[in-house]
Design a protein around this ligand. Structure first.
Ligand code: GAR
Length: 190
């Protein structure tokens, strides 16, 4: 099972997952990191793993359709079986979705269907909710709307600042995502 991780920015989830895939805790081969921001810190993080990295922007491709088609070609070139979105800040377009539906999972920093889309942590914090959460789900054509695989609540305390909530959510993600992928990919390998 050849796995591609897609990421756009910091890459803390990428790093946790890469360690566990390469270390054999999560089954599969980490065959590609794709990043849509050539300057993203996740690329720096990836260097210690010696895995193939492909990065290009929508702008460099001309438009979104050409960008998506180029990603589909790259996935074919690396013979990717399964896509893990870990902080990838774009919607997956049809050229990729049509080939990989049911084989793309996403991590979202909220308890979906609450707070889909961007800035989910900030919006939950601004609303002063008692709890928010983390969701792992399959991707479909909608915005964070695909079938849910696993979720966990994360509390927001009255004396929290935004950074406290962010740290609590990321800590939850770093546990939940590897656990879910371990189970999912073990089943797929059977
Ligand atoms: C994570 O909190 C992830 O849930 C979120 O981006 C962050 C990436 O952190 N993803 C989304 O918001 C997707 N819509 P990381 O780069 O440190 O892994």
């Amino acid at each position: 099972m050849k796995i591609a991780i897609f990421a756009s920015g910091n890459g803390s989830n990428f790093e946790v997952l890469a360690q566990k895939i390469i270390g054999g805790e999560i089954p599969g081969e980490l065959a590609l990191l794709f990043c849509d921001h050539p300057d993203a810190y996740v690329i720096e993080r990836s260097r210690k793993f010696q895995i193939p990295v492909v990065t290009f922007t929508v702008k460099a491709c001309g438009d979104k359709q050409a960008y998506e088609e180029k990603i589909a070609q790259v996935l074919e070139q690396y013979k990717i079986d399964f896509i893990v979105l870990a902080g990838y800040m774009r919607v997956i377009g049809q050229p990729v979705l049509s080939k990989y539906e049911g084989r793309i999972v996403n991590l979202h920093p909220a308890y979906l269907p609450a707070y889909p889309g961007l800035h989910a942590i900030e919006r939950a914090f601004a609303d002063g909710v008692a709890q928010t959460g983390v969701t792992v789900h399959y991707i479909d054509a909608g915005l964070d709307s695909g079938p849910i695989i696993a979720q966990k609540h994360v509390p927001l305390y009255s004396d929290d600042c935004l950074e406290d909530l962010e740290a609590r959510i990321h800590a939850c993600e770093h546990k939940l995502y590897p656990a879910v992928l371990k189970e999912l990919l073990s089943k797929k390998g059977e």
